[in-house]
Design a protein around this ligand. Structure first.
Ligand code: SDX
Length: 430
């Protein structure tokens, strides 16, 4: 390290030492600014971005070693137990918790955008009834671009705000429509007299032929699931939204790209994959067989719902989610054999040397799937609910990126290992 503690000195063979500035944030690791390295004839190489900071952000801070997750400085466990999803949305978007008046106005603003254009309903008719709801969501969210494309200047802060509000408001409606379409039941319009979570539950579970009463315990659990999935720094789907947005693309298309990235089983698709895994395990006595497979390098099987790129001790969201899981099952008096399998799998994994050494702890997806199953939500809808929740995180990062002066289109470089230049040969000479 050079004498000046804010400079890193890079020694490249055959070249003069390269001095690179070190930047410090308010929390977490310092970063070495390598943006000028290209002028020294080198790129950095970091597949999977294991040690690469892609941007500067004030929204969320994660300390994987200490299991810390802060949204605008507020710890996730305090927000999950004392706040509401819409209040957390306001916090993520604006940077501060709202006053009572500000929250009331924000809730009214969200409520006034919950309906979607009636023409959107016709998009659903193009899907088979058994289409995966995430496939439907990718399509219909992207289709929103066709409804708002001409009224959005991404460089206009007010336009960006309107798009953000539209997306946060309409995702629950589109998510519930995807579920109703799968069931063959009529779409249910949003109701502005209910909470954000209560409205989502009634759009999912009410039918025209009878009244629907929102269960307050389920409503609270749903809101908590929304909060716990709201944002998570530069995860794969958020980075996808940022990269798509860096070209100036329509925000609805960018969020559709985020939905697609989240769908992967290594990311937001893990909650659905976790429940499918628990169902495949089926009973406590088969757990050792699957744990052995998870350890077998030759076997691609992984314990879904375990492990995390950043959290190497515990996922603070899983801690809150575990408590909620037991609350919901007690309230609904559900004796779920899958929960027995999940609890035993958790116990074994937390005591097994392999998982302890690899620091593979239950993540947020491990418990959220069990809660949603207990509420009566099918596994195919789990990632849809994750996408609904994460929309505020995606749009907050999208807004932050576009409001930063001098933001550039994202364009990584590569290490080329293909053929050197060679001449074309006509087919009869190959
Ligand atoms: C989310 O980034 C985010 O913030 C994501 C998220 C968010 O809110 O946005 O938190 C949401 O995506 C949570 C993660 C959900 N995914 C899963 O539950 C799927 C199962 N988990 C794994 O696929 C894995 O743990 C990842 C993808 C989550 C993390 O993988 P990493 O950090 O790239 O680690 P790795 O794949 O390099 O694994 C390190 C080692 C490997 O063994 P070795 O090659 O070192 O011998 O741990 C092993 C892996 O084989 N390993 C597992 C395992 N996860 C990692 N072994 C068994 N079961 C697992 N689940």
């Amino acid at each position: 390290m050079a004498e000046n503690e804010n400079i890193a000195t890079l020694k490249i063979p055959g070249q003069e030492p390269v001095e690179l500035p070190i930047k410090s944030g308010s929390e977490g690791q310092d970063v070495i600014n390598i943006s000028t390295l290209g002028t020294h004839g080198h790129f950095t190489y970091d597949p999977g971005f294991m040690a690469t900071a892609s941007c500067e952000s004030e929204i969320t801070f994660i300390d994987g070693a200490k299991g810390i997750l802060l949204h605008r400085g507020y710890p996730i466990d305090q927000l999950a137990t004392q706040s509401s999803y819409l209040e957390v949305c306001y916090l993520l978007l604006k940077g501060e918790l709202p006053s009572a008046q500000q929250l009331q106005e924000f809730e009214a603003l969200i409520n006034s955008h919950t309906m979607v254009h009636e023409q959107i309903a016709t998009f659903f008719k193009g899907f088979r009834r058994d289409a995966h709801p995430m496939a439907i969501l990718c399509g219909v969210v992207g289709a929103l671009s066709a409804f708002y494309h001409d009224s959005l200047d991404v460089n206009d802060e007010h336009h960006r705000h309107v798009a953000a509000i539209r997306l946060i408001s309409k995702m629950p409606t589109l998510a519930a429509m995807a579920y109703k379409y799968n069931l063959g039941q009529p779409f249910v319009y949003p109701r502005n007299d209910l909470s954000f979570a209560g409205n989502f539950l009634q759009m999912m579970f009410s039918v025209p032929c009878e009244d629907y009463q929102v269960n307050p315990v389920v409503e609270r659990a749903m809101d908590r699931i929304f909060i716990l999935h709201a944002d998570h720094e530069q995860n794969a789907s958020t980075s996808t939204v940022r990269l798509a947005g860096s070209s100036g693309a329509n925000p609805f298309a960018c969020i559709s790209a985020g939905v697609a990235s989240l769908w992967g089983p290594a990311h937001g698709g893990a909650n659905e994959a976790c429940l499918n895994m628990l169902e495949e395990i089926g009973s406590v006595d088969r757990i050792p067989e699957f744990v052995a497979r998870a350890k077998d390098k030759e076997d691609p099987f992984r314990l879904m719902g375990f492990g995390h790129r950043v959290y190497k001790n515990f996922d603070p969201r899983a801690t809150v989610m575990r408590e909620t899981c037991h609350e919901v099952l007690a309230e609904l008096n559900i004796q779920d054999p899958l929960l027995d399998v999940a609890m035993e799998l958790e116990r074994i994994a937390l005591s097994d040397d392999y998982f302890i050494q690899k620091k593979l702890y239950p993540n947020v997806d491990f418990y959220s799937g069990i809660i949603m199953k207990a509420i009566g939500i099918p596994t195919s809808m789990f990632t849809v609910i994750f996408a609904l929740s994460r929309t505020v995180g995606w749009v907050s990062h999208w807004q932050e990126m576009l409001s930063q002066p001098g933001h550039k289109i994202g364009r990584p470089r590569q290490l080329y290992t293909g053929e050197k230049q060679r001449d074309y040969l006509p087919a009869n000479q190959r």
